[in-house]
Design a protein around this ligand. Structure first.
Ligand code: IMP
Length: 437
């Protein structure tokens, strides 16, 4: 196999700026590949004066000649996908490189209703997850359940689709309400067949496509959605998403085996954020948190919800580095912290009277931990124009070095602003491309 595989994975609770890192690297690759999640993810990429908010389309779409592949592990809402394609094309972006796995599962109209109905019911007992209500959990549940699942390839076959939708609508009607248009099989089929007709030529067996590319020396960049602490197996269950969000999901979600993956870029904010419910030991529900939220514009790309904000949690981050086998740490949004007198880093948890440096990937247990902090001097001044590590304020350098040493991963990149060019390549993987705009 002559090709290379690089992975970009979020190490916290999402929104770490993975899209930006993918965007920096995409031009040096032949394909950007999504392997998990769906339209719950939101990537903002800024090129020149244009901000692109992408949910399903891999960020590589902004580079001419780079394929954007949606792998079999993704759950695809075809209406959202088509809206994104139309939006990109209206802004002059060529989307011909977008390819979708015929085996990716479809988020059907009733999945979004089901997500909302379940969340509302759980909310009455104070147990809602705070999902994005994009139908992600129900779509993955049906994938495992099989009888009611629809795959992207089915959208191209009227008979198969009709049969599956009839079964699905029967079983979903008691959950979402019999009279809902979302469980009317004729209407649902019509909507989905319309999407299938428009997506048709983009639908392929992406496993062979990726292996063929690798055999020809292709360079693949895998773009993780959501993030490690939201992983269905390794995250803060049950306050997680429904897919494998770590590097471990790449094999199942694309058919490309683990041994092909070389560099693993783990992306972490210089602080912590979380959207939705679930424990977050370092949360700062106070002035500091509000200050960081406003400076960092910490509002959801997908739902617009204000994000919960806290200090960096190195216990959680070291765990995420371990799970993913991170080779390069990418610290983002460092510029947001400029102006604080001091920075706090969580380096341990006090849990039931004991001090531990081990993460607790269970929501109930994690909600009991008390963070133990180290304090370091803050930095000030404008750092968004800095392009070399040694030109950062000494306190910022010390902060980054402490993070790297604690989590035991070298720093590859530091992001100091939203634009593609606002990046410090400390130990680069060597495939950045000059900005196209
Ligand atoms: P779901 O993925 O919509 O089922 O939501 C499950 C949990 O994951 C909720 O707390 C969401 O806010 C969170 N979540 C899912 N995707 C993302 C993401 O891309 N960034 C941040 N949070 C996310």
């Amino acid at each position: 196999m002559g090709g290379t595989c690089t992975a970009v994975i979020g190490l916290q609770w999402g929104d770490e700026g993975k899209g930006k890192i993918v965007d920096v690297l995409a031009g040096g690759h032949d394909a950007v590949v999504r392997f998990n999640g769906g339209a719950n993810a939101g990537h903002s990429v800024v090129v020149g004066n244009e901000r692109y908010a992408l949910h399903l389309v891999p960020s590589g779409i902004l580079f001419p000649g780079v394929k954007a592949v949606v792998g079999n592990g993704v759950v695809v809402d075809p209406e959202v996908l088509l809206e994104e394609i139309d939006g990109l094309e209206a802004r002059g972006v060529d989307t011909s490189g977008l390819i979708i796995s015929n085996r990716a599962h479809v988020v059907m109209p009733y999945h979004k209703l089901e997500d909302a109905v379940r969340e509302d019911a759980a909310g009455k007992g104070g147990a809602a997850i705070g999902t994005t209500r994009r139908g992600i959990g129900p779509a993955y549940a049906d994938k495992a359940q099989r009888l009611t699942a629809v795959r992207v390839g089915d959208l191209l076959n009227q008979e198969v689709l009709r049969r599956k939708v009839e079964i699905a609508c029967c079983s979903k009607a008691p959950i979402v309400g019999d009279s809902s248009a979302e469980v009317d099989p004729v209407k649902v089929c019509e909507r989905m067949l319309g999407c299938g007709r428009r997506l048709g030529e983009r639908v392929q067996d992406t496993t062979y496509l990726l292996h063929d590319m690798l055999a020809e020396g292709g360079r693949l960049l895998f773009e993780g959605a959501n993030a490690t602490l939201l992983d269905v197996d390794h995250g803060t269950y049950p306050f997680v998403t429904a897919s494998s969000t770590t590097v471990l999901g790449i094999g199942a979600g694309t058919g490309v085996p683990d041994r092909c993956i070389g560099a693993v870029l783990g992306v972490a904010k210089a602080y912590s954020t979380r959207v939705g419910a679930g424990p977050m030991p370092t949360e700062q529900d106070n002035e500091i948190g509000n200050w960081i939220r406003e400076r960092g514009n910490e509002y959801g790309t997908t739902t617009g919800r204000p994000r919960r904000v806290g200090w960096i949690d190195l216990v959680a981050l070291r765990y995420a580095v371990m799970i993913n086998g991170v080779t390069h740490l990418c610290v983002t949004l460092l510029d947001v912290l400029s102006g604080l007198d001091e920075l706090r880093l969580c380096t341990g948890y006090r849990y039931r009277g004991q001090v531990t440096e081990r993460f607790v990937p269970d929501a109930a247990e994690l909600s009991e931990v008390e963070p133990i902090y180290e304090t370091m001097p803050g930095f000030s001044g404008e750092i968004t124009n800095v392009r070399r590590f040694d030109e950062l304020p000494a306190q910022a350098q010390a902060y980054l070095k402490r993070i790297s040493a604690f989590v035991r991963a070298p720093i590859g990149y530091v992001s100091v602003g939203p634009e593609r060019s606002q990046i410090i390549a400390v130990e680069p993987i060597g495939v950045e491309q000059e900005p196209i705009a």
